[in-house]
Design a protein around this ligand. Structure first.
Ligand SMILES: [Zn+2]
Length: 477
């Protein structure tokens, strides 16, 4: 009885600790932490693996190598090709087997020149960048009066026509949230802004960047054209430049801007997924897939998006390999190509595997939400899957709770999840993720050693437990 009671109290303390670390006294926190690791982390191998991850820099070192030795890795470019070669070498270096590249091609796109300025009433430069996939302006740029829309919804509800000869400007702020809940709504103008403006006759579009910062870097990101609508150029303004425009419109000014973009599609280009494995000792045909995406936008060096995911998944594989423990199932690490331009690596993976081993994938997960700590487990295993409890028991000491929202496992996992592959996600704190996302400021100095180590610990525990468990992942589907 006494033991059971203590156990319950410790669990309660641990839960409180995870929910609100700032409200627990430091000695209490330390006590709860120690007792919990004795009482709850009873799997000795998970303890050894997470200890190795927490005291190491396996993931951090890989992120440093990728962002320093390769730098920006826009899909379809020679830089992304160099990153694939880097990936092959790194996988072999840490000891993965069956290392290979699965090639595919994509529509290549280049940024080209870009510049912008307010011409009237108060002439000054604008910091802007083309959205991925945008067409160019005529050489020399477009100068026109601006039609102002406070939000994308305001543009959507405007009548068709009426914007002939104008440049549309769409403002609208994105809300901060740990799970990035503000991104979807804010992203609508990035995806659909050019189409909605073109339907109404506009010449070009500028948007307030999809981001949550106040620095003077614009955020790029993929846009889309509807087939039947004229393609017009679209660029994003930095938040302070958007503020500047908003102030002029609030004052009732007539604003003229000039925008020049050299962005263009350059034909078919090579991309690919880099794959390596720890071959399972007892059930080698059953695959646990983890990974991140290797490509990045061209403006920064893709440290948080998604060098971190590459480092975290590769770091977990390295911790497991270095431990000498042999997983029963196969751990497959995938560095997906061409994610940013439309999850093309994720779709190519399904195409390449659907007639062979896709049905043997028992679990898949991608790390692609920055470099901060994991705070909860999200399940894509169906209601009440006991593996989530099994995993949670073993990683709760890292401050990780059981989430209530469902997941498709991450952007590149979505396509295989839709084909029936069970998925899970270790959800990271993305409160500040969209300060840096897709900007020149996404660089290695933003990566924290301790945060990456916590991620690697959680991922190592997850792949080990998934390889050893009796839980029937496929039985739920
Ligand atoms: Zn990403």
């Amino acid at each position: 009885m006494k033991t059971a009671l203590n156990y319950a109290l410790i669990l309660t303390a641990a839960t409180l600790l995870a929910c609100s670390p700032q409200t627990v006294d430091a000695p209490e926190a330390a006590k709860a932490d120690t007792e919990q690791s004795e009482q709850v982390v009873q799997n000795a191998k998970v303890k050894a693996l997470t200890d190795a991850a927490l005291s190491g820099t396996q993931g951090y070192d890989i992120i440093e190598s990728l962002t320093t030795e390769i730098g920006p890795r826009l899909a379809g470019t020679p830089q992304e090709a160099r990153a694939r070669d880097w990936g092959v070498a790194k996988m072999k270096e840490i000891g993965l087997e069956n290392v290979r590249i699965e090639d595919f091609t994509i529509p290549g796109w280049e940024r080209g020149v870009e510049s912008g300025s307010i011409v009237a009433p108060y002439p000054q430069p604008l910091y802007l960048t083309a959205l991925g996939g945008s067409v160019a302006t005529p050489s020399g740029g477009i100068e026109a009066e601006v039609a102002y829309f406070p939000t994308f919804e305001d543009l959507e509800s405007a009548p068709e026509g009426g914007l002939e000869g104008k440049i549309v400007y769409i403002s609208g702020r994105m809300d901060k949230a740990p799970d990035g809940a503000g991104y979807g709504p804010a992203n609508r103008k990035r995806r659909g802004g050019a189409t909605e403006a073109a339907k109404r006759g506009a010449l070009a579009v500028i948007i307030r960047s999809v981001g949550t910062d106040s620095h003077r870097f614009p955020h790029t990101g993929q846009m889309r054209y509807a087939d039947e609508v004229k393609k017009i150029p679209i660029a994003a303004l930095s938040a302070p430049d958007a503020d500047q425009m908003d102030r002029m419109f609030k004052a009732g000014e007539t604003v003229r801007v000039k925008v020049e973009l050299g962005a263009r599609y350059v034909g078919e280009r090579p991309s690919g997924n880099v794959i390596g494995e720890i071959v399972g000792s007892e059930k080698p045909d059953e695959i646990i897939l983890i990974g991140g995406h290797l490509d990045s936008w061209d403006l920064g060096t893709g440290a948080v998006d998604d060098g971190a995911g590459i480092g975290i998944s590769m770091g977990a594989a390295k911790v497991l390999l270095d431990s000498g423990y042999k997983p029963k199932r196969t751990i497959r690490v995938v560095m997906f190509g061409a994610e940013e331009v439309g999850l093309l690596g994720g779709f190519a993976y399904v195409d390449a595997h659907k007639d062979t081993d896709l049905g043997n994938h028992v679990l898949a997960s991608e790390s692609d939400f920055g470099a901060e700590r994991v705070y909860e487990i999200r399940s894509g295993l169906g209601e009440g899957a006991s593996f989530i409890d099994e995993l949670h028991d073993q990683i709760a000491f890292l401050g990780i709770e059981k989430g209530t929202k469902e997941t498709n496992g991450g952007p590149d996992i979505g396509p295989m999840f839709n084909e029936g592959v069970p998925a899970i996600r270790l959800q990271q704190d993305g409160t500040d993720y969209f300060d840096l996302h897709h900007t020149p400021d996404d660089t290695f100095d933003k990566i924290g050693k301790e945060e990456i180590a916590q991620n690697v610990a959680a991922w190592t525990a997850m792949i080990w437990l998934a390889s050893e468990t009796e839980y029937n992942f496929r039985g739920m589907n």
